[in-house]
Design a binder for this molecule. Structure first.
Ligand code: OGA
Ligand code: MN
Length: 288
């Protein structure tokens, strides 16, 4: 068997690399898996092309790569996806019958929150660590995903701000995210959602780099008056999502993007989702 080689090519000044040709769905080679993990520590976002995974294979890959996958999130509570697995999210604009959803579909309303800058499952503990999104159907128009480098954003803060932020804890709750867009949740749904508290500044163990841990789920700073904390989170988000920290991914079928939720934020961009099908599947591992 020929020796497998994998190389990364940086495609943004701060983060993001594109991987050389490799077939991940049957990859069991531990040194190569470790090389991908090291690549995640360096680049925070890795783009692989021409991948094909069944749902089983994608879930198995996520588990081989990083251990345990997450439990079902809030969107699964609102409407079942098609993957059939808790650890896989159906990121598609279609209903259970596979038809493009209707404009008032609750899942559509809830999924609209993906267009706000966020990290996956920051409202849980353990939060999401790596997310791995596979593009199965993409529209002929742009329907991109943007990523922002929260390590570079941290590095660019002035000393006074860094000192001020040190040690702060932040409450994350998906009810907050939904309230931003006016998505209603029932009392019963709200009762199932607890939210989670996380530090505002994290150090990523693999790289030792510090990072701003922000998300649209972030509702307030523990111990601060709510408006003051919320304003600080808004200012930091504005800072961290300036163009120089952002990479915009234009999906092709077979693209498989892995991102580190501890080191990045992301958001989906608007497209005509009542006209074009867009079907992606995401696996997310737990930050344990
Ligand atoms: C996600 C997500 C954005 C998009 O899958 O976690 O936020 O562009 N996706 O679909
Ligand atoms: Mn997301």
């Amino acid at each position: 068997m020929p020796t497998m080689t994998l190389t990364f090519r940086r495609i943004h000044p701060h983060f993001v690399a594109e991987a050389s040709a490799i077939d991940l769905h049957q990859l069991h080679d531990r040194p190569i898996l470790n090389q991908i993990r090291a690549g995640m520590d360096e680049y925070a976002v890795l783009v692989f092309h021409d991948q094909s995974f069944s749902n089983d294979e994608q879930l198995a890959f996520a588990q081989r790569f990083d251990g345990s996958t997450r439990k079902a999130g809030v969107s699964a509570m609102i409407g079942k996806g098609r993957s059939g697995y808790e650890g896989l999210s159906d990121i598609s604009n279609v209903n259970a019958k596979g038809e493009i959803w209707s404009s008032e579909d609750r899942k559509r309303m809830s999924r609209m929150t993906n267009r706000l800058w966020h990290t996956d499952q920051s409202y849980e503990k353990p939060n999401g660590r790596y997310s791995m999104l596979l593009a199965k159907t993409v529209p002929p128009v742009s329907a991109d995903t943007e990523y922002a480098d929260m390590r570079a954003a941290y590095d660019a803060l002035d000393d006074e701000t860094r000192v001020r932020l040190e040690g702060l804890q932040v409450v994350h709750n998906p009810v907050h995210t939904r309230s931003i867009l006016g998505v209603e949740l029932s009392a019963n749904e709200k009762a199932q959602i607890k939210g989670a508290v996380h530090p505002l500044i994290r150090t990523i163990p693999g790289s030792g780099r510090r990072s701003l841990y922000l998300a649209s789920h972030a509702s307030h700073i523990v111990g601060w008056p709510i408006p003051e904390g919320r304003m600080m989170l808004m200012d930091l988000t504005e800072h961290a999502t300036q163009r120089q920290f952002v990479y915009q991914h234009a999906w092709k079928v077979g693209d498989f993007v892995i991102w580190d939720n501890r080191a990045t934020m992301h958001r989906g961009r608007a497209y005509d989702d009542m006209k074009y099908r867009r079907e992606l599947v995401r696996a997310t591992t737990l930050d344990v």
